[in-house]
Structures are given as structure tokens and as C-alpha cells.
Write a protein that binds this ligand. Structure first.
Ligand code: HEC
Length: 336
């Protein structure tokens, strides 16, 4: 299985500056821009800069730590790590700070923003209100977010997610009907009109945080590169009804913490004092003494309803990309 290389927040800038990127200790790093001689001269006469953002962790602590993190939300490079840091405490100013920065965030930072708002019950209501007020587009919530929000068991939030997303668990008949509907739509003629490049962008937004395809992507779910992707039946059954057949390794546990937080994820490691839980955005290490209750579910980590928000064209594009035999080009990325 190809190893996924990590990218620093400066990756796109290196590429835009013409860098040749090479694997370096698990990261894609720039090795050269113009060539050894001009670069050697530049360092002697001006100055050289080395991207060290893959090398360490930033720890922010002290009285105004959260004010600092909130002020970093406007920084294109530091917004994403700052958002992850803000998820660790219920600072009441955090939701408003995130909402103010939201429209200008990059796509991965938007996902981190929504994760931060949906991980903490104290922030979840702020997220709900922001979507109701159209400050965060409803389409930015994934099926995964909705499940995370439902894990709190809050009546008001449950009623709202049902309103915008439909019932929590669809019956088998409903799923079979849904699979049949998609299959009748995805005829070979229709699939010829699909745009794999547009489909790739949808895959990056809805699937890639968990799945690797053509060597790129997350590892929460199986690598899809070698799977039976050409087969529409295989794709539809697995996407529409992910919990129909799942290996134990991928079953979700809902973990309720004493301070009111809740996590929905796969318990991937356990020792005497800690639990490692794989959630969509990475691994959370939880102290066992802070855990109140663990409920194991029969549900897959892969959420239901992923195709629900897609238009017909988007569905056709996504399926076209999933069935392609090799990697396709990328749509122009918008600079943050
Ligand atoms: C939150 C993580 C997550 C997201 C997002 C996600 N998946 Fe999955 N997926 C999983 C997990 C975990 C499994 C394995 C368990 C199962 O089959 O339900 C899986 C299984 C699958 C399988 C079956 C793989 C096999 O074992 O043969 C397919 C196909 C698939 N996903 C496609 C998709 C597509 C397409 C998307 C985006 C529209 C997507 N997934 C989004 C986590 C995810």
C-alpha cells in the first residue's frame, strides 16, 4: 500500500514557486527551485529560508492562550492548527471567532472549523445557529458531522439534524429503494457524460479524509485503489448502506466523557490508562479516568447519507471518478 505523504501548510506555495517536491521523512518537501548554483548564491548574498513546519509542535499556554489561538484564525498557514487547539476547551468566545473567520478559510481549515464546533456540546448549538442563519452553508456539514452532533443526544440538535438531514437510520427497504434509484439513474450512457476531474474534487471533499485512492488520502477506511470500483453494485451498496457488511475493526464506539464531551470513532488502541480513538480528523488520545461511558454501536465509521446532498450531475461525476483506472487531473485550486 502506498504511504500517504503529509504536506506542510506551505506546500502549495512551494509548488507555485516551482519547487521540485521529494519525499522526506514522511513529508513532501521542496528540494530545489532553480538549481544548486543560483540557490547557493542567493543564500550567500541574501538569505535562505527553510520550511520547518514539519518539524515540531506548537504549544500555547497561559492566561491568554485562547485569545492568541482565536487571533490566528485569520492566518492562512496557522488557522488549521489553531482550530484543532481551540477544540480542547470550551472557551465561550471560540464559536464567534470561528464564524467571523469562516468565509475566508481554506477547504481543509473549514473542515477543521466544523469539527471543532461539532466536537463540543457547548459549541454545537453555535454551529446549529450559524447554519440556520446561513453563516455556514448547510452543504459544508458532512454526514459525519451530523452523526457526531447526534451523539450528544440533545433534543433540540436532534430535531434540527432530522429536519435538515432526514431520519437517523433508514430502514433496509428504504436503502434498497435508494440503491435501485441510483442504479437506474447511472446508466452507461449517463456515465459517459461524467467529468472525472470534477468528481475528484467531490471525492476530496466527502471521502478522502477517510479513504486513500491512487496513493493519496486518509486511512480511517480501506484503501479503495484495488477495490472493485468498476462495479456500480459494489459502489452503491457500500456507499448507501455502509453498515450492511462491516468488519469489526471498523465499528464505531460512542465515547462519553465526564466533562460532557462525546466522541464517535473507532477504538484503535487501548492500554492501561488511555484509549486511542480514530475520528475523521485524526486520532484522539483519551484518558480512561475521564471517560464516563462507552457505547459500542453496530454502525460503520462510514456515515450514511453521503450521496443525499449531491445533485445528479455531482453524483455522476463522483462515480465516474471512482471508476477511473488511474489518477486524473485536478481542478484549479483557489488560493486562500
Ligand atoms: C468517516 C470516514 C469515512 C468517510 C467520510 C467515507 N468512508 Fe467509505 N468507509 C469507511 C470505513 C471505516 C469503511 C469500512 C467499513 C465499511 O465497509 O463500512 C468504508 C468502506 C467503504 C467502501 C467499501 C470498501 C471495501 O471494503 O471494499 C467503499 C466503496 C467506500 N467506503 C466508499 C466511500 C466513498 C465513495 C465515500 C465518499 C462519498 C466514503 N466512502 C466516505 C469510512 C469512510
Amino acid at each position: 500500500m502506498a504511504q500517504t505523504l503529509q504536506r506542510t501548510p506551505l506546500f502549495e506555495r512551494h509548488v507555485a514557486l516551482g519547487a521540485r517536491m521529494v519525499p522526506f521523512a514522511g513529508w513532501e518537501m521542496p528540494v530545489q527551485y532553480e538549481g544548486v548554483i543560483p540557490e547557493d548564491r542567493a543564500v550567500r548574498t541574501d538569505c535562505g529560508v527553510f520550511d520547518v513546519s514539519h518539524m515540531g509542535e506548537l504549544e500555547v499556554e497561559g492566561m491568554h492562550a485562547f485569545d492568541l489561538l482565536q487571533s490566528l484564525l485569520k492566518d492562512p498557514v496557522l488557522a488549521e492548527p489553531a482550530l484543532k487547539g481551540l477544540a480542547s476547551t470550551d472557551d465561550p468566545k471560540t464559536p464567534a471567532a470561528i464564524l467571523a473567520a469562516y468565509p475566508d478559510l481554506s477547504q481543509p481549515a473549514k473542515r477543521a472549523a466544523i469539527n471543532t464546533l461539532s466536537f463540543r456540546p457547548a459549541f454545537a448549538k453555535g454551529l446549529m445557529q450559524a447554519v440556520k442563519d446561513n453563516k455556514i452553508p448547510r452543504k459544508d456539514l458532512t454526514a459525519y458531522t451530523v452523526r457526531q452532533l447526534r451523539s450528544f443526544g440533545d433534543k433540540e440538535i436532534d430535531a434540527w439534524t432530522t429536519e435538515i438531514w432526514g431520519v437517523a437510520k433508514t430502514s433496509n427497504e428504504q436503502k434498497l429503494a435508494e440503491i435501485a434509484k441510483y442504479k437506474s439513474l447511472l446508466t452507461s450512457d449517463v456515465l459517459k457524460t461524467g467529468d472525472a476531474i470534477a468528481g475528484r474534487a467531490l471525492f476530496s471533499k466527502t471521502c478522502m479524509q477517510c479513504h486513500t485512492l491512487f496513493g493519496e488520502g486518509g486511512k480511517v477506511g480501506p484503501d479503495l485503489t484495488g477495490s472493485n470500483r468498476q462495479d456500480i453494485d459494489y459502489l452503491m451498496v457500500n456507499i448507501v448502506d455502509p453498515s450492511a457488511v462491516i468488519a469489526k475493526d471498523y465499528m464505531v464506539s460512542n465515547i462519553y466523557m465526564k466533562d460532557g464531551d462525546a466522541y464517535s470513532g473507532i477504538i484503535t488502541k487501548e492500554d492501561e490508562h488511555t484509549l486511542s480513538v480514530t475520528v475523521e480528523s485524526g486520532v484522539q488520545v483519551l484518558q480512561k479516568e475521564e471517560v464516563k461511558e462507552i457505547r459500542r454501536s453496530e454502525l460503520s465509521m462510514m456515515p450514511e447519507g453521503l450521496l443525499t446532498p449531491l445533485s445528479k450531475t455531482e453524483l455522476v461525476n463522483l462515480i465516474t471518478y471512482l471508476r477511473s483506472t488511474s489518477q486524473v487531473g485536478e481542478t484549479q485550486r483557489v488560493q486562500p
